[in-house]
Each structure stands twice: as C-alpha cells, then as structure tokens.
Write a protein that binds this ligand. Sequence first.
Ligand SMILES: C[S@@+](CC[C@H](N)C(=O)[O-])C[C@H]1O[C@@H](n2cnc3c(N)ncnc32)[C@H](O)[C@@H]1O
Length: 457
Amino acid sequence: MNQPTDQREHTPIDPARVAAVDVLAAVRERDAYANLVLPKMLRDRKITGRDAALATELTYGTSRAVGMLDVIIAEVAKRPVTDIDGAVLDVLRLGTYQLLRTRIGAHAAVSTSVDLVRSRSGHGPVGFANAVLRKISQRDEDLWVQSLAPSITDDLIGHLAFQYAHPRWIAEVFNEALGGSAGALQAALAADDERPLTHLVARPGMITAEELALITGGEVGRYSPYCVYLDGGDPGDLEPIREGLAGVQDEGSQLVARTLAQAPLEGPDTGRWLDLCAGPGGKAALLGALAEIEGARVDAVEKAPHRAELISKSTRDLPVDVHVADGRDTGLDPGFDRVLVDAPCTGLGALRRRPEARWRRNPEDVAELVVLQHQLLSSAIELLRPGGVVVYSTCSPHPEETAGVVDRIVAELPVTALDTRALVPAGIEGLGSGPYVQLWPHLHGTDAMFFAALRKN
Ligand SMILES: C[S@@+](CC[C@H](N)C(=O)[O-])C[C@H]1O[C@@H](n2cnc3c(N)ncnc32)[C@H](O)[C@@H]1O
C-alpha cells in the first residue's frame, strides 16, 4: 500500500486521494496531462481495484470541473484562487468536488481534505481549509449553481457553461456548431461533463469486435464494426492490447479511418494511401490493418519525431511506412489514391477524454490552427491523383476549423465534396444536413469528430 508523502500526523490518508492530489499538483505546476500521469502513478504505486477507481474518478472529475470549483472556492474564501497557496488549493478543489459531485459523505470529504492539507502544508492552513470546506458543504451543487451562475434568463449560455463546468467561449462554440438550439447545447455540455466509456478498436484481420468483447467483457460498439465499449479498468492490462491485436480508439476516429478506406474512387485503387498527420498512430494502425486486407500500403507522415516513433510502434508488422516530415512539404511522389488529413486542432471535441484540456485552450489558438489546417489540406490535394479521395477530419466541432476550412478549399481547388453521411455505416441518426459529418457525445456517444470526404476532379 502506498503511504502519504508526509507522515507527521497520525491519520493515514488513503492512497486514492493522495494520488489524486499529486496528479492535480502535477497538472497545476508543470502543465502535465492528468490522463497520462495518473495511469503511470497507479501502476508505480501498485494502486488497484477500488482505490484505483476512486483515484480515477476524483482526479478526472476534479480536473474537468476545476473552473466551476474555483468560482465557488473563491466566493467562500473571499479571495481569488490565485491568492491561495497552490498545494492548499489542490486539496480544496478535490474536497469541493467530493462535496458537490460525488456521493462521498460531507464528513469524510472534509476530514480527509483537512488531513491532506495538514500532511502536505503543515498546521498553518488547516483552519482555513476546514472553514472553507465546511461552508461549501452547507449547499449542494444545484444551490451553488443557482447562486453563482449567470442568470438563466439573461445569459443562458453563461448559465449552462457554469452548470456543466465549461469555459464560456467553448459553450459559445458548441452553441454555434449546434445551430443555436438551447436543448442541444445543454445535452452536449452535459454529455461532455461525464466520464466517457473507453472505446477499443479490434484491428480487422487480427481479431473481431465480437471476439474482443468476449475476451474483455466489453460490449460491441453501435456504429463502427471494429468497436468495443469498456466501462472502466486499465486497457493497458488487456492481453489483446498488449499483443497489438486491438487498441484504444474512440469510435468516431474508427469511422474516420473506415471512411477513408471505403470511399468510392474514380478509377482503380492502386494501393497508395497516405496519412498526412499520423502521430501517434491510432488511425494509421487501423488504416494499416485495412490496407493489408486490400493489398494497399500506407505512407504515414508526422512532423514530431517522438510521435513518429509512436506510429512505428503502433503499426509494427503492418504495411505502413513512417516518414518524419512536414505535411506541407513531404517530398513524397504525388499520385495517392486516398489521403487522410487528421489535422492538428483545438481538440474541443475530445474534452471529456482530456480532463483538464478545456481550461487550457484559448480562443486565440484557433486562428493559427486554421491557417495550418488549410495548408495541410491543400498539400493533401496536391498529392492526390485525379479521382482520388481525401478525408479531412478534426476532433473538434469548431465551425472555423471544420466546415470553414473545407468550404474554402472546395471554393479554391478542383475538388468536389462527397456526401460524407452516405459513407458511414447505415443507421447513424443525427448527422445533420450534410454534406459533412459531425458526431457528438450526446447524440452518438463518440467524441465530437468532424469529417469531410472530397474527390479530386
Ligand atoms: C490530431 S493529431 C493526429 C492523430 C492521429 N491521426 C491518430 O489517429 O493517432 C495531429 C498530428 O499532426 C502533427 N502535425 C502538426 N503539424 C504538422 C505538420 N505540419 N505536418 C505533419 N504533421 C503535423 C501533430 O504532431 C499531431 O501528431
């Protein structure tokens, strides 16, 4: 059993809360990613079973809600959170999350938090932390939302953003992408605020989704023929994943790769496929498995060398050639039949899987990304043969980096937009008015992936 970092006091603190607060500190101090730090910490500290589940729920839940928790903490502490010592703030956030968003009793939430403050920061801030958390415990989440969120009648978007713990600008982007429907916005923010299922991909030709579901105890996915849903547990422990027969991949991403592999071409498929932004290799691995079945080969381009290495690992034994290059100037011969541009983007569609990301992104990030996305898609079309198909995708529903980029390219270059909705498996509802596809967590249970298929004239 792991022990708390400081044993000055007699109360042993449970390993789950110690791990959670250590991850929150890493996120705050060095911009770490909670979903990378926590699994490693659990393994290193041999935290398993219920303790691991609790640590995961507390860490990710607190990270997702942090902006909302901070407003409540600042109100009660009567000072901005920037004036609170970081180590104390981490514990206050963790304690407030437990009080407002879990079924953990108020006494346990407050007393474990006070113990954590004492063990990490000494006696000085104990009284302060105790008083703040006791006061927060006097109301439930709904009452805090009522008293601190913008008014529902004057500022509906601001209200929903607060209620579902999203920065306001992101709620505005979702609202625009959803066509201004308040009901849809509420559903989208609520779904984005929940713990997502883990999605596995059964690599075609190696294992079927049915076999993978049987081995893992998961459930076969609704839309992608390769998908299995898992509710909890560390997928890294699963044999089919360790053996490379399966991977972790959102079902929406699986549909993107499948669409590229199956889109109808004009003229024969000569077997030259390209993934222009391939790191860390999730889609390249699925494309590689599909290429093997079709007798094709995939060139996988990635600018960052360490991410290119990850592609090599995930595509070992598959017909995939990895190139460290800039997708805007690859040096590869043109004439590809199929090209994927899974563009670098804001990631606003995958916020539920990257707990702290919503509080890190800025609206200013978008303009620069849109320039890069346009350049990458132009380059892809240059590398494509006439009659070939390019699929442009983002894990974002932001109108500027999705339809905005594609519409401009269609107006500028000799390409025709295909009805991408017709290229996904039958029976997926809620794909909108087309021609592109926008998936949503609240409608499809996937990340909010956007994708558009274009054919070169
Ligand atoms: C959204 S991610 C791709 C995810 C990948 N397709 C997968 O499924 O695992 C975008 C990738 O593009 C890379 N990238 C950024 N700028 C690039 C450029 N100019 N040329 C090629 N790759 C680039 C990033 O390093 C990142 O790995």
